[in-house]
Design a protein around this ligand. Structure first.
Ligand code: HEM
Length: 524
């Protein structure tokens, strides 16, 4: 017979002695019964909608499988957290590209997902004034993006965009931007040559992040960061990645504020401090004259963007501006390059075609701006095709500021959000034909007309189209061509390559590779 342990004996004794308190435990019974009854009634009332949803859809839309009364799509989101973009893509296969809705308990707005270029055009262009970033996005992203361009609407957004647009003109590009890429590429090639010599496995995604960070701080803020040769990851970069994951998960987490208040978000707060200090340091260096006055860099321009009351920007506001441009300038292009080299590895025939074009056009030298823009159609097609399958901004969301009806007849009440997934749209046969899911750069060379920015909303479209599109295309194709011209990249962790939860599309485990000089016999 089993002996009671001391602890069990104590528990048993206390159970016996607690018999005298049985009247109080009897009192608990009606409370539990009452709470159960109230829960059952609420579950019945809200069998269609999760509780406390403030904005109500007036029309039934497709729902994801597994909707639970009371909890809505919470189970859907938890089960698919690690593969949310693929799940959204699968949902549109189930609904035949009709909209579907996700609802979460305690969320203020239902999330309506669409997959039709005509609807995307309606939201981004035709009804631009109706669909804003809005409070739904801002509440979740403010501690990271502040009052920066990604997080602003109205006049304050317009001011930032108008002034920053000056840096992205063609003259500046030809004279300054391509020089920066050429110089930074020399450092990058040195680092790759060292790895090629040693045969060591390394994370290529991390090096792309360093390349885009160094290039962008030089182009945007006139500052040499030299992170390419650092021995460990720049703390700013580690913190930056972590805060973006946190913000993304807030879009899928009911009661995220309560959760953070109860369980704390110290790591997140610490990370925000690291990235803001990094931004403040850039501003300090600028104010101390480290960057010559009169230099038409982005920070000099942003110093002219007033705050929402028309006053000159404070340092805190300047940090917001800087952070938003760093996310835009560093992450997106580095991720696009990482997915491109993953796809080149898994599609060796494409790599061979790319090398043929490089050999024919470049004759052993680095490409010029004009060669990239006008003489390398296949290289440009490879970059665009990679972005089609792995768009750096995989999910978009806008919030209606008044009632509206979409072109497909879906009624959107004031306050509801409309989302589309460039990731899902890139894999949609109704847009790209039966080979939608395949990596086929040649499709871009065979099309009678190029897709509209609403068919391919990878760079957004309408008045908020990506300001850095030309820069990203130049940088992305230039770096891809230069790496492919000098090296052959072999991915060693293909089984582990997948995306992380983030506002953008980083690889969760990085891109572990070996590299070889392109003339190396081992490549044959
Ligand atoms: C492959 C690279 C890139 C991709 C796929 C990309 C994509 C996008 C997308 C989808 C948006 C809209 C985001 C939103 O809804 O708020 C956007 C906005 C923006 N992008 Fe890019 N981007 C890339 C590179 C860059 C670069 C290198 C810059 C340079 C700084 C840049 C600057 C911006 C800015 C400033 C905005 C905000 C525009 C506005 O709200 O008016 N992007 N980009």
């Amino acid at each position: 017979m089993k002996e009671f342990s001391t602890k069990e004996k104590e528990d048993k004794n206390s159970m016996t002695s607690n018999n005298s308190n049985s009247s109080s435990s009897n009192a608990i019974f009606p409370i539990i019964a009452g709470a159960t009854a109230i829960t059952a009634i609420l579950a019945y009332i809200y069998r269609e909608d999760p509780i406390f949803e403030q904005v109500k859809l007036k029309q039934k839309l497709n729902r994801a499988p597994g909707v639970v009364p009371f909890l809505g799509d919470l189970v859907f989101s938890i089960m698919n957290r690690h593969r949310i973009h693929d799940r959204i893509s699968e949902m549109f296969e189930i609904t035949n590209n009709e909209p579907f809705v996700l609802k979460f308990p305690f969320f203020e707005a239902p999330l309506v997902f669409v997959n039709d270029p005509k609807v995307v055009e309606h939201v981004l262009k035709t009804k631009f004034g109706v669909y804003e970033k809005g409070p739904f996005f801002r509440n979740r992203a403010s501690d990271v993006l502040g009052h920066g361009i990604f997080n602003s609407d109205g006049q304050h957004w317009k001011d930032q965009r108008k002034i920053a647009a000056n840096i992205f003109n063609v003259k500046n590009f030809k004279e300054f931007v391509s020089d920066v890429f050429t110089n930074e590429m020399k450092n990058f090639s040195v680092v790759l040559s060292v790895y090629a010599k040693s045969g060591e496995i390394f994370d290529l995604q991390e090096l792309f992040f360093r390349f885009t960070l160094d290039s962008f701080t030089k182009i945007g803020f006139g500052i040499d960061l030299n992170s390419m040769t650092a021995t460990s990851r720049v703390p700013f970069a580690v913190a930056f990645d972590s805060v973006q994951t946190k913000v993304f998960l807030r879009f899928l987490t009911p009661l995220w504020q309560t959760q953070e208040a109860l369980f704390g978000a110290k790591k997140h707060t610490d990370n925000i401090k690291i990235i803001r200090d990094f931004g403040l340091d850039i501003i300090k260096r600028k104010r101390q004259g480290e960057v010559p006055e009169g230099n038409n860099d982005l920070l000099s321009l942003l110093l002219k963007v007033p705050d929402e009351n028309g006053n000159p920007p404070s340092d805190e506001l300047l940090v917001d501006y800087v952070m938003n441009f760093l996310i835009a300038g560093r992450d997106t292009t580095a991720q696009a390059l990482s997915w491109t080299f993953y796809l080149l590895h898994t599609n060796p025939n494409v790599f061979i075609e790319l090398q043929k074009e490089i050999g024919a056009v470049l004759d052993g030298a680095a490409p010029t701006y004009d060669q990239i823009k006008n003489a390398m159609p296949y290289a440009n097609a490879v970059f665009h095709e990679s972005l089609r399958l792995y768009p750096s901004v995989p999910l978009e969301i806008k919030q209606a500021n008044t009632d509206d009806t979409l072109p497909d007849g879906t009624f959107i009440p004031n306050g509801a959000t409309v989302s589309w997934s460039p990731y899902a749209m890139g894999r949609t046969e109704a847009i790209w034909g039966p080979t939608a899911k395949e990596f086929k750069p040649e499709r871009w060379l065979q099309m009678e007309r190029q897709p509209s920015p609403f068919d391919y909303p990878v760079f957004n479209a309408g008045p908020r189209v990506c300001l850095g599109k030309n820069m990203a295309e130049l940088e992305g194709v230039f770096v891809m061509v230069e790496v492919a011209r000098q090296f052959r990249i072999e991915v060693v962790n293909t089984d582990q390559v997948t995306y992380a939860n983030s506002l953008t599309l980083p690889m969760i485990n990085g891109l572990r590779v070996r590299c070889f000089p392109s003339s190396d016999k081992r490549e044959k």
